[in-house]
Design a protein around this ligand. Structure first.
Ligand SMILES: [Fe+2]
Length: 277
């Protein structure tokens, strides 16, 4: 018992192994949603997304790995979205309010005299091309097959990461460069598409395979954010997946997987993310 307790304290036993607390909570929500959100949405197909596999296979991989990297937007859609967003502003919101700027340059916060490494494009959910993507039945069906009900809401964002020199600790206020999982909504899928080529120099998204389930208690009880050295004491470095993909290509992830982005070194990164809750 004492040994078990020690293993429990050291994090060797997961929270779900001992209590099923987190999973239990997610299951309750899932159960509730299965009752409330079983109504099939309209069978609308945008024909803007290319899926490498059938939904059954995608869902199987999502369940096993926590992510699936076989989706892409067709070239026409990427071009159209780029042409629209280039005319829009980017913004940043914090306790002092919202600051807007032109797209090309990083936002400068006057009151703090700093440039910041990440901004969001304004009015993304109003772009008709993106609204069509959000409504796509195939995406909703993947969500349904994964969670057992249809998503209640979708939210699209476009993140812009700028190459700026800044210490990691300061950067964390603006972008998630440390591994973490998202807790805003416990059962959610993100469909992300790069709107430019992404390699190691422009903020690739990264994740750790299979960490969407069975997190150790020592991580669960603390903040959702974990230092690199600590996380790889528990998980294997070889399970880290750095998603370097071409313009238009993308991936689906369970938002509870450990993920982060690397800082941009010399080029802007643009990523469209459509979140299904
Ligand atoms: Fe996140």
């Amino acid at each position: 018992m004492i040994r078990n307790f020690n293993k429990f304290i050291s994090g060797e036993y997961t929270i779900s192994y001992l209590f099923g607390r987190l999973d239990f909570y997610k299951k309750i929500l899932q159960f509730k949603n299965k009752i409330n959100n079983s109504k099939k949405p309209p069978k609308y197909f945008s024909r803007k997304i290319v899926f490498k596999d059938k939904n059954e296979k995608i869902v199987k991989e999502l369940a096993n790995q926590g992510f699936y990297a076989g989706i892409r937007l067709n070239n026409f859609t990427v071009k159209k979205i780029l042409s629209i967003i280039k005319k829009l502003r980017v913004f940043h919101t914090d306790k002092d309010g919202t600051v807007y700027a032109k797209f090309k340059k990083p936002i400068y916060l006057k009151n703090r005299a700093i440039q910041i490494p990440r901004a969001y494009i304004e009015k993304v959910n109003q772009i008709s091309e993106i609204r069509k993507l959000s409504r796509d039945f195939k995406c909703k069906d993947i969500f349904y097959k994964y969670f057992g009900y249809y998503p209640k809401t979708t939210n699209a964002i476009i993140l812009v990461n700028y190459p700026i020199k800044m210490k990691v600790e300061n950067r964390l206020e603006f972008e998630t460069v440390k591994y973490h999982y998202d807790m805003e909504s416990p059962n959610s899928l993100y469909f992300s598409y790069y709107l430019c080529d992404v390699d190691q120099n422009n903020a690739p998204h990264a994740l750790i395979k299979k960490t969407h389930k069975n997190k150790p208690l020592k991580f669960v009880l603390k903040s959702a954010m974990v230092d690199n050295d600590k996380i790889f004491k528990y998980y294997k470095k070889k399970d880290e997946v750095i998603l370097m993909l071409k313009k238009g290509e993308g991936f689906i992830e369970d938002a509870s997987i450990y993920h982060k982005n690397f800082p941009a070194r010399n080029k802007i990164r643009l990523m469209l993310q459509i979140r299904y809750y």
